[in-house]
Design a protein around this ligand. Structure first.
Ligand code: HEC
Length: 161
């Protein structure tokens, strides 16, 4: 609106100046300047608006990245394995209370779905069935996990070589 007013003022001054003379030319210059300044101000406003939009976009992206990081941390199979006490009975490459992870990985090679079933309490022990009673209580932990978490644990065990 302000811009329109200035433009009209400029047009008025330019038409007045058509009477000729130095004063008229001066008025014309002033009018032209006013038009230029209005344009500059408008450009600056657009720039500020663009900056603000960019900042909002950046913040949104950052928030999204953080959410993804948190989700990834939740389904880190190795951390789940360590933080839920599995590590107490399962070493990587030697049998302790339970079979080593390498032994489990070998038994379940190419059978991730079966391991997920076992951890959900829906499958049978294939590694050391005679010792299943020792493992059984731990299924109460894995049964409470969501699919992504159980899948991540299975992926972790199968990744051990
Ligand atoms: C108290 C010791 C102990 C803890 C703690 C333990 N396990 Fe076990 N686990 C065993 C024993 C013993 C076996 C061998 C018996 C068997 O094969 O089921 C076993 C077997 C397994 C197997 C092979 C199953 C099969 O088909 O034979 C998987 C997979 C497994 N454990 C995963 C886990 C996970 C995941 C955790 C943590 C939530 C865990 N274990 C915690 C003792 C334990």
């Amino acid at each position: 609106m302000k811009k329109l007013g200035l433009l009209m003022l400029a047009v008025l001054m330019i038409s007045l100046s058509s009477c000729g003379g130095d004063d008229a030319n001066k008025a014309k210059d002033t009018a032209n300047e006013a038009v230029e300044n209005t344009q500059k101000a408008a450009d600056q406003a657009t720039e500020t608006k663009e900056d603000a939009a960019k900042a909002t976009e950046d913040a949104a992206q950052k928030a999204e990245d953080q959410v993804q990081e948190t989700a990834a941390a939740d389904v880190d199979g190795k951390s789940l394995f360590t933080n839920n006490g599995c590590i107490a009975c399962h070493q990587v490459d030697k049998k302790t209370v339970g079979p080593g992870l390498k032994e489990i990985a070998t038994a379940y090679a190419g059978k991730k779905d079966d391991m997920v079933k076992f951890l959900k309490g829906e499958g049978k022990a294939i590694v050391d069935p005679a010792q299943f009673a020792t493992m059984k209580p731990n299924l109460e932990i894995t049964k409470k996990m969501n699919d992504a978490q159980v899948g991540a644990i299975a992926d972790y065990i199968l990744s051990v070589k």
